[in-house]
Design a protein around this ligand. Structure first.
Ligand SMILES: [Zn+2]
Length: 489
């Protein structure tokens, strides 16, 4: 057992923890700044600009707009091996505007996007941890290369497969992700499932629906028939397969036979090959619907991600750092706030978790949700820490998930998360045996699975998905923006 895994302490880590303690306010301010920007997927212009700018000011070399994502970036510092990557998201969700700190549903801007999952904290934790590691590098405690990836549009499971496809992870030895949670935990094994989403657009012929419907080819009929076809197919799906959709265009008014109609479908399976299988089947069902209605089908891929798997070595490393950092000692006020929120939403008033979770793994039953960091986790060993920044019982994408996000619960949870992340990176840089062991267990874990991106080689992301939300709500959100820029000193 190496020194870092056995003892868990080193001069580099002490320096990073000290830096983070001294900069706890800046970390909280950064998380809050992103909270109030509240930018939905692909619209994270201000959030990504602030994160990238802070890294650049610290001496990282920043490449913006990577893989065709204007709100994506890579920031690099250091040289030589090991090459360690940090990656995190910072997008908000549509319709999730919520005033933080209040115990009821209250939109800051009616109908606007908002943070109700805590990705504001994820981005802030990543950047604070990166700066802490960089300072430890500057002080000569550790060496290597740190690559920090700003990953847009997690809520559309979008960007990271493109980063992997485009070679940004080719030289990476190990990668870490962080996510807010109600628990302080980490895991190894299969954590989340694969997903693919695509638009199915049918083109037909308009006609007067009263006078001459026989002249029309109804594109909406095709959407409905495809829906019926998938509903019949459901009986034959394997238990963990999923298919869900929204109708994105159902025509304009009923007296005009719609010549265009479309549905946005999302398919899921624990394996990438299973997702391919259900997508191929859906394509044939869509083509059948087009044939029945004499319409033409165009399919446009939106996103495609591998399942998320976490590496055992890196999970143990994160756990050992969690043991050192420990759960924040929640105050009576924080506990009382958590209990009140829980009772307000009809959940047991159990308050905040007092202990870190034991290591979970090997996980064989993944969560039926997806994350676009999945592709990274099949390319290189990946670890993920869930840091305790939200209240047990609150629900992501529900207003209750937004309530704690600018309180000391999120701020102190984020500080603990940033320490664990920085500690794990420093361990990797401090002791080559850690990365070697991660590579060894990674090869064993993926065995003969051949990673190949589900995203085709020539595919370009559609970056305009939520442009309308920014046009509509951006000016109304602006009065809420924080006016002080966080300073890490
Ligand atoms: Zn998330």
């Amino acid at each position: 057992m190496s020194r870092s895994r056995l003892h868990g302490t080193s001069a580099g880590k002490a320096s990073a923890f000290d830096f983070l303690d001294r900069n706890a306010t800046a970390l909280g301010e950064l998380s809050d700044a992103l909270f109030y920007f509240a930018e939905p997927s692909l619209e994270e212009y201000q959030s990504s600009a602030l994160l990238a700018e802070l890294l650049e000011e610290e001496g990282f070399v920043v490449e913006r707009g990577i893989s065709g994502f204007p709100t994506g970036f890579m920031a690099v510092r250091g040289e030589g091996g090991p090459v360690i990557a940090l990656h995190a998201e910072y997008d908000a969700c549509p319709q999730n505007s919520q005033r933080p700190g209040v115990l009821h549903r209250e939109e800051m801007v009616k109908g606007a996007p908002g943070h109700c999952e805590g990705h504001n904290g994820n981005g802030a934790v990543m950047v604070a941890a990166a700066i802490a590691v960089k300072r430890a590098m500057d002080e000569g405690h550790v060496q290597g290369t740190l690559k920090v990836f700003g990953a847009p549009a997690e809520e559309l499971t979008l960007s990271r497969p493109y980063f992997v496809r485009d070679g940004y992870f080719d030289d990476v030895d190990a990668a870490f992700h962080n996510h807010i949670g109600a628990e302080f935990s980490t895991e190894y094994g299969l954590a989340q499932i694969s997903a693919l989403s695509a638009d199915f657009e049918f083109a037909g012929t308009s006609a007067h629906a009263g006078i001459s419907p026989w002249e029309g080819c109804d594109a909406l009929d095709a959407v409905v028939l495809m829906d019926a076809g998938i509903a019949q197919y459901r009986e034959h799906m394997k238990p963990q397969m999923r298919a869900h959709r929204v109708i994105t265009n159902g025509g304009e008014q009923p007296n005009v036979i719609p010549n265009r109609a479309s549905a946005w479908w999302c398919f899921r399976d624990p394996t990438a090959s299973g997702v391919r299988e259900v997508f191929e089947r859906a394509k044939r069902i869509g083509q059948g619907a087009a044939m029945m209605t004499d319409t033409e089908l165009t399919i446009r891929l939106r996103s495609a991600v591998w399942p998320v798997r976490c590496n055992e070595t890196l999970a143990r490393l994160l756990q050992s750092n969690m043991d050192i950092v420990g759960m924040p000692a929640w105050t009576e006020e924080e506990q009382a706030f958590a209990k009140s929120l829980q009772e307000t939403i009809g959940k047991p008033g159990i308050g905040l978790n007092a202990e870190i979770n034991p290591l979970r793994g090997p996980r064989l039953e993944p969560l039926a949700a997806s994350n676009d960091c999945g592709d990274i986790s099949w390319k290189v060993p990946m670890g993920r820490v869930w840091w305790p920044g939200t209240v047990p019982g609150t629900v992501f994408h529900h207003w209750s998930g937004g309530v704690p996000l600018t309180t000391s619960i999120t701020h102190r949870g984020a500080l603990a998360g940033a320490k664990v992340l920085a500690g794990a990176v420093i361990d990797c840089m401090d002791d080559p045996a850690v990365v070697e062991d991660a590579q060894r267990t990674f090869r064993k874990e993926i065995a003969d699975t051949q990673y190949e991106p589900l995203v085709p080689a020539s595919h370009r992301p559609d970056i305009a998905t939520h442009r309308g939300l920014t046009t509509k709500y951006g000016p109304l959100q602006e009065p809420f923006y924080r006016t002080t820029k966080p300073v890490f000193s």
